[in-house]
Design a protein around this ligand. Sequence first.
Ligand SMILES: [Zn+2]
Ligand SMILES: [Zn+2]
Length: 422
Amino acid sequence: MGEGNKDKRRRKKRGGAKRRMTAEQTLALKSVNEWVNLAKHSSSDEVNQIDDDFLPEMMCRATFSEKVVFELHSHSICSDGFLTPSALVEKAHQNGVKVLALTDHDTVSGIPEALEAAYRFGIKIIPGVEISSVFATRDDSESEEPVHILAYYSSCGPARFEEFDQFLRNIREGRYVRAKSMLSKLNKLKKPIKWENVIRIAGSGVAPGRLHVARALLEAGHVEDLKQAFDRYLYDGGPAYSKGSEPSAEEAVQMVCKTGGIAVLAHPWALKNPNPVVKSLKAAGLHGIEVYRSDGKLAVYSDLADAYGLLKLGGSDYHGRGGRAESDLGSVGLPVLAAHDFLKIARPIWCDAIKNNLVLYLEDSSELNLKHITRFATKSITTSNSEKDIINSCLRSWLSREEMQHADFQATISKLPDIAIS
Ligand SMILES: [Zn+2]
Ligand SMILES: [Zn+2]
């Protein structure tokens, strides 16, 4: 009773208008915090044995945060963002983000670098990707529109990695063909730009997109700013616009589901008519849609999510362009209940993906199959002694005790000798 009163007073002093959390929110916060701190718990035993002067924050004792900031949509220079994955993670840390999904367009190449940086800053990374696709209404194949599908994976990354990787590679290669076609149209419009410049602007190994073509147009002095490049030439159906060879949005969602990911429709507000898109994607296995932005929850999409029983998520779609128009990294206040609902759906699916990769390794303990498990593990884990130690460390930092003790998972783990659940 006395405690409660003291609590109330403290709260009043701090915020005044801050509303008391409901029991449901408190439980959700506890559960989300436990998940965020998994890796810290698992390493706490080792921490005690080492001189801890220079240990990264990630290794420090688990902390309970009153607010866990999720940032579920961000880009780095590995696609069309402006920051390196490390710089992005550093900025996320400065902005108070605790869980960051790196969701570059059609590539996961930035994830390993993001993970190493996140390890230093004590941030949790959700390996993600934003898949370019198109949606065509059945009665009118001419009215295709671009649809972006966000995919979120377990710390182990996608299952069936080769298939997934090939799927993304096809999209990226299609982008080269598309960029070349845009250049040839610009040439005909007497606004020539050089292919080398587009490639240089995109950066090494990055598939060129419309933004890179726009920047080349600006550099060549054909337009005054990027907006003009899009308004005059590159808008959907514009004189220099070219269609890519992207998969259908349904195929993208099915690929995410098949590879152990959570599929989420990005920025539905960019769609002409989101209703048929959501309906069709739900049938393909869609798990959620973006509903939250830095300016709050958008009621119309929230209703749409309710109508189809989908998760309500969102992120800033941060690119690091700068300027006032851009929402800052971590600026979307995803409510703790939304984060909790997300993890409730995601964790069993991720658990399954991890299990599938373990089974592959059990069947054939090859280096390649070990790589399927450790693809996105930090160096601190993969430099440890034996393969068994490595797998053990991975599992302990990815899964809760309950998840590991689940009968289904136990059957798999018990076949891996010397893997201890502690
Ligand atoms: Zn997008
Ligand atoms: Zn995006």
